[in-house]
Design a protein around this ligand. Sequence first.
Ligand code: HH2
Length: 281
Amino acid sequence: MIWDCGRHRFHFPRPVLLMGIVNVTPDSFSDGGRYFSTDAAVRHGQELVAEGADLLDIGGESTRPGAAPVAEAEEMRRVLPVIERLAREVAVPLSIDTQKAAVARAALATGATIVNDVAANRDDNELWPVVAATGAGYVCMHMLGTPQTMQREPRYGDVVAEVRAFFRDRLDRLAAAGVRPEQVVLDPGIGFGKTLEHNLELLANLASFKNLMRPMLLGASRKSFLGALLGVEIEARLPGSLACAAWAAQAGVELIRTHDVAATRQTVWVIEALNARRKSG
Ligand code: HH2
């Protein structure tokens, strides 16, 4: 399997790819405000690469439940200088975490090669022509509703079946919009319109998305379902986040989005070293 992201290309199977998170926001749920200046964000990106990040995901708008939407010009003001500098200073592919076509277009022109779309559930998805025209990589994430509405009593009949049907539908629509399947990575969107039970069901059944024949991305890092499950605040969610990373790596997930690259790198290395020595039968 291949993932094409502009001038970068990944071949699978290969060791799990770690996507390090660079939030250039004042209000992100776990690290809001810490990397809000361009300098701090760039430095953080460099540190994550030194820790072993294979990609960086740069976002200028928080998607936490109830987050205030950010105007297009402000989002660009936050992320473009960071992307411009990181594109010069690190060798790994850069992803833009945005819901806006204009921000995606500008980010790709500035040095990003992947669009991370948490709003892939929108019917009027204006990002797709941008992704088709540029050949960028595309992360297609499942969300129920919008960040403003998603945690208001989310309901599913069978969350795993519904997310799988969503992926199938989006792969068809993306192809119709001119986005090649090789550009697409699928993400079940942990915490985006899901209860604790929904998140656990999705995690427990990650392997059931494998037959869609596209790489999978998982973002569970420090998320509130871990707080609900374990009764711990954000600063104490690393062990739970690493358990999810180990579980995902074992289930064959190709990309893990994380705030804690060094610790996640160690975790997946152990899983990979053990899998490489497993005797069949
Ligand atoms: N989670 C967050 C943001 N973007 N993108 C993908 N593809 N998958 C995810 O699970 C995902 C995502 C939320 O995490 P974070 O960026 O730390 O917080 P915030 O949105 O508050 O900035």
